[in-house]
Ligand binder design. Structure first.
Ligand SMILES: [Zn+2]
Length: 229
């Protein structure tokens, strides 16, 4: 029953957008942005093929570490397909038909800065919101990794990619739902999955992305129809 409000929100979005289930109206490129950080929200490339799932469940057959609250059937109670972070609508899970293998927070004595999602077969990983690519590289831990600046102090990270999508290079802009790469197990990963982070703060600090604050993707308010129109 707790999932019903999100279902109605998703249906409402679906009703006004065809064929993509979720169409998000971002500010036009001309919109000035005087907030923290650069203003890449203006980088509104065309929406890609991504269609966020209305629900998210814990994966079958594995023990989900630091799992968020799930209902008796394994559905993540607090999952909202589109959340709003500092006014930026953002997909909370950047791939289709994924399930959750690990939640955000303390895990094995260390902080897990994001969530882990997988699909079988593995699939394309998409940009959670429009933005500017500020990192696109190979990292020892994250493997093939992309970091996107969405403006207003909001960033997302996509890690362990099998490969980074051609054209997804530092300085390039990307639209909501455009491919950033393909799910993989590069870097420090024991299985094929996507490690996804939502970060807030100001990247222009001495520690770069390490100076940003990792946030629980399930902790934000849902995108509401009324907020966008
Ligand atoms: Zn992870």
């Amino acid at each position: 029953m707790t999932r019903l409000p999100f279902l109605s929100a998703a249906l409402l979005l679906a009703a006004c957008a065809s064929p993509a289930p979720v169409k998000i109206h971002y500010p036009p490129a001309e919109t000035p942005d005087a907030s923290v950080g650069a203003a890449p929200v203006g980088a509104v490339a065309e929406q890609g093929p991504f269609a966020p799932n209305a629900y998210l469940r814990a994966c079958y057959g594995i023990r989900v570490s630091n799992s968020p609250i799930v209902d008796k059937d394994g559905w993540v109670v607090n999952y909202k397909p589109i959340v709003v972070v500092n006014g930026i609508p953002l997909a909370a899970a950047p791939a289709n038909d994924v399930c959750l293998t690990s939640g955000f927070g303390q895990r094995f004595g260390r902080r897990h800065d994001g969530i882990d999602l997988q699909s079988r077969p593995a699939g394309t990983i998409y940009a959670s919101a429009p933005g500017k690519i500020i990192e696109s590289r190979v990292s020892t831990g994250y493997g093939n990794m992309v970091l996107i600046d969405h403006g207003k102090g909001v960033y997302t990270r996509y890690a362990h990619l099998a490969y980074i999508q051609p054209g997804v290079t530092k300085g390039a802009t990307i639209g909501f739902g455009q491919p950033v790469g393909f799910m993989g197990a590069s870097g420090n990963a024991t299985a094929i999955h996507i490690h996804f982070e939502i970060l807030t703060g100001d990247y222009r600090n001495p520690r770069g992305s390490k100076g940003l604050m990792p946030r629980d993707p399930f902790s934000f308010p849902p995108y509401e129809y009324a907020q966008a129109y």
